[in-house]
Design a protein around this ligand. Structure first.
Ligand code: GLU
Length: 420
């Protein structure tokens, strides 16, 4: 049995590999092994039944070297500090690889939001915001949606922060509702980025998009949008899954029908999607299903040494953060698979978060076409830089991406120096 997976150890191992390829001295990158700041809070919430529950929350700032810290807020019952630390570090590398002027951070609350009423969730969010208030702000650290948080939650954060300040501060969070300063195109941005990166990767590999078979684990904001956009590009979406399990059809699923099924009647799960010609599969089966492109878009540590040998897809595009373990990476490289790493593949979200923040601090509003055009430009530029780095160094795309990202961070550190 392998040792229990620790996402922070995984991050450190990948960082070490990139440091070797970049020929860095310990001094150059030692600082990236530690988050700059970690805050743990206990959040009391009065529940609807009158009882009080206390939830554990975190905000971790990994690096502010290249700009204000930036990263999502996650609500999940299994989250712990090592996961948040890893997610914060991945944000530093993500913002660096796409070259937007941000550092990296992440927040989380250990809670299953599905067990809370709307009022309880709102009170939890407001109290959490009040407790991390000294750390956040448009020039310090800017939260955004992540697993189980959405525009509504961001709106509560914006309002709470603004009430403390005494004036509206839309730039304190991104991924807000458009009515209060959110950006057009932000909701779809991560999925759109996944589509763009998949398209570019297939193009470089000489694989046509039309008819390419795609399997997607996770039908949330990332997987659902990626499914729709790749389907529009002519791909066959052969398998998709959510927490309840997955569905498979070798000739291609009806993506539009599935997406409207999932949102109908106040939200349904795939387990209850019964259509002739569509087979039920488990989330594990989805990962090793017959397809050309596999898009993990759920949680960390899905592709491991246990299932990596059985993966059929030739291209893996990481829609979620940290889906592949270091051990699995080695297996996939030997099998000649192309793994497009999370820090590039799912960066579309934070890129449009950056556009949202830019609009907020300038009091401007861009139209959706301008947002999508600017996103595409950054994603393609970053993809090309990573691809060239991978080719020049005869390495993997993950290492190509980390070499670009870590190098920018090292340069920033050299230029800024250490105070005092
Ligand atoms: N949670 C998203 C991510 O992991 C978006 C972060 C952001 O927009 O700041 O990239």
């Amino acid at each position: 049995m392998s040792k229990a997976y620790n996402p922070y150890d995984n991050m450190l191992k990948v960082l070490e590999q990139a440091a070797v390829l970049l020929d860095l001295k310990e001094n150059d990158y030692e600082v990236f092994k530690y988050p700059e700041r970690e805050l743990k809070v206990a959040i009391p919430v009065e529940m609807d039944n009158g009882l009080m529950r206390v939830f554990e929350g975190y905000r971790v700032q990994h690096s502010s070297l290249r700009g204000p810290c930036k990263g999502g807020l996650r609500y999940h019952q299994k989250v712990d500090i090592d996961e948040v630390k890893a997610l914060a570090a991945w944000m530093s590398f993500k913002c660096s690889v796409v070259n937007i002027p941000y550092g990296g951070s992440k927040g989380a609350v250990k809670v299953n939001p599905k067990e809370l009423s709307k009022t309880e969730l709102k009170n939890l969010t407001r109290r959490y915001t009040a407790m991390i208030l000294p750390l956040i702000g448009p020039e310090r650290d800017i939260p955004a949606p992540d697993v189980n948080t959405d525009a509504e939650v961001m709106g509560w954060i914006m309002d709470t922060y603004s009430m403390f300040k005494g004036y509206p501060v839309p730039g304190v969070v991104t991924g807000k509702p458009v009515e209060i300063g959110g950006s057009l195109g932000r909701k779809e941005a991560t999925g759109r980025g996944v589509m763009l990166i998949t398209r570019e990767t297939l193009h470089r590999l000489g694989i046509p998009l039309i008819g390419t078979k795609v399997a997607i684990q996770g039908m949330g904001n990332v997987g659902g949008v990626a499914a729709k956009l790749l389907h529009n590009e002519g791909c066959l979406i052969v398998a998709v899954s959510d927490v309840s399990g997955g569905v498979y059809c070798n000739t291609g699923l009806n993506v539009d029908e599935i997406l409207s099924f999932l949102t109908s009647n106040g939200g349904q799960v795939l387990q209850d999607y019964n259509v002739p010609g569509v087979t039920k599969i488990t989330n594990d089966q989805l990962l090793t299903i017959e397809c050309d492109v596999l898009i993990p878009a759920a949680l960390e540590n899905q592709i491991t040494e246990l299932n990596a040998p059985d993966i059929k897809a030739t291209v893996i595009v990481e829609g979620s953060n940290g889906p592949t373990s270091v051990e699995a990476d080695i297996i996939l490289e030997k099998k000649n698979k192309t793994v497009v790493p999370d820090i590039l593949a799912n960066a579309g979200g934070v890129v449009v978060s950056y556009f949202e923040w830019v609009q907020n601090i300038q009091s401007l509003m861009w139209d959706e076409e301008a947002v999508n055009r600017a996103l595409e430009k950054i994603m393609i530029r970053s993809f090309n830089e990573v691809w060239d780095k991978k080719k020049d160094n005869n390495t993997t795309m993950r290492m190509g991406a980390y070499m670009v990202a870590v190098n920018r961070l090292v340069q920033a550190k050299k230029i800024r120096g250490i105070f005092p």
